[in-house]
Design a protein around this ligand. Structure first.
Ligand SMILES: Cc1ncc(COP(=O)(O)O)c(C=O)c1O
Length: 370
């Protein structure tokens, strides 16, 4: 079965893990530090704090703002549930917003109409890798005194008006889970230029301990540490960071190949009036997923047809305002619900061969035009 996403792992990652094993320092350490330094360069930002998942990154980002209880967060409903779980775990309440049908990114006019006095954060999700309209996001935030926390789980390596996603809002969160643009096997990161917020995340990600362990080693009282706050155990290990460092070396090739495949799909589906493709600016986007929109009357049949042809597909995502766990935040989102009934994610990953791409195109066009 051709999956929708698949990581590309080769000698770079295997050798890097071998070095970590040989060093016998498997947990958070110098390899994690090196990965953070490299990420700072890629993301054009002063601080990058690695953690063990994108979900943890989002939770840290929201929690480090130390807002009053019951703060509210403008967030699209059409996102992975992790985005919403992180907000609620950090003490916030989601205000679910619509997305734009053309990009599936947050609809800023709709978000504006849902603002409340308790709203303190706007949390845009860069869906499928394309940056949201950050000028509009930043303007809305400035006019209403909101923090901008970005969910860039899909958008590592993308830019907005030439600036790296990661250098735009107050805090930007990345995921390095196994299917993302680059993977660590599992992991995440918060990027920020704000020294104070970065300093608050350090103890939060390490059970409240004030100093990083390795920084204490050379100190005469190396055993000494203080627990300055509550905190979680969200560190990224040397093993995971080593995988990430291997991936960073290949990022240009990963991006070019995925853009090539997206262009092949776009050209092929331009001939099919039944298919709407997302509007993506490929000069700035490192595409994560390829999503088509089709009429709900035949989406299930297309999914079954693809499966029969050995091709997997997915619906990213079930809107969160429809999920039982978030029922108390339910609201009317007719555009999101319409889009939910139409979207379908088809295979897009670096190691897809040209014949894999042809197979997907032929299966989809064959479904519509027999
Ligand atoms: C939009 C979005 N946000 C957050 C996450 C959470 O990342 P992680 O799986 O690394 O916790 C994901 C992961 O799939 C995601 O797609």
């Amino acid at each position: 079965m051709l999956p929708t996403h698949r990581p590309s792992i080769a000698d770079e990652e295997i050798n890097a893990i071998k070095d970590v094993f040989e060093s016998r320092w498997l947990g958070k350490g110098s390899v994690t530090d090196k990965f953070e330094e490299q990420l700072c360069l890629h993301l054009e930002t002063t601080h990058v704090l690695c953690v063990n998942s994108g979900t943890a990154a989002l939770q840290m980002a929201v929690e480090c703002l130390e807002l009053n209880p019951d703060f509210e967060v403008l967030v699209p409903s059409l996102t992975f549930p992790a985005t919403i779980q992180a907000i609620v775990l950090a003490g916030g309440q989601p205000i679910f917003c619509e997305v734009e049908p053309t990009t599936l990114n947050i609809d800023i006019e709709d978000a504006k109409s849902r603002l409340t006095p308790n709203c303190r954060i706007i949390l845009p999700v860069h869906y499928a890798g394309q940056a949201c309209d950050m000028d509009k996001v930043l303007n809305l935030a400035q006019e209403n005194n909101l923090f901008v926390v970005e969910d860039a789980a899909h958008a590592f390596g993308s830019t907005y008006k030439g600036r790296a996603v990661g250098s735009l809002g107050d805090l930007t969160c990345f995921s390095f889970d196994p299917i993302k643009n680059i993977t660590c096997g599992g992991g995440g990161a918060v990027a920020t230029d704000n020294d104070e917020l970065a300093a608050r995340i350090l103890p939060l990600r390490n059970i409240g301990i004030d100093k990083e362990f390795r920084l204490r080693i050379d100190h005469p009282k190396s055993w000494k540490y203080e627990v300055v706050s509550l905190g979680y155990r969200y560190l990224m290990s040397n093993i995971n960071a080593a995988i990430g460092l291997g991936q960073l070396k290949k990022i240009a090739a990963f991006k070019d190949r995925k853009i090539f495949i997206v262009k092949r799909y776009n050209d092929a589906f331009a001939e099919a009036p039944e298919i709407t493709v997302l509007e993506q600016n490929l000069d700035e986007t490192f595409p994560f997923s390829y999503v088509i929109r089709i009429s709900p009357t035949y989406r299930d049949r297309l999914i079954a047809h693809l499966k029969q042809n050995g091709i997997d597909s997915a619906v990213q995502f079930t809107p969160n305002h429809l999920q039982p766990a978030f029922s108390q935040y339910r609201t009317d989102l007719p555009t999101t619900e319409m889009l939910f009934s139409e979207i379908l994610t088809i295979p897009l990953f670096y190691e897809m061969t040209d014949s894999d791409v042809d197979k997907v195109i032929n299966a989809i066009l064959g479904f519509f035009h027999g």
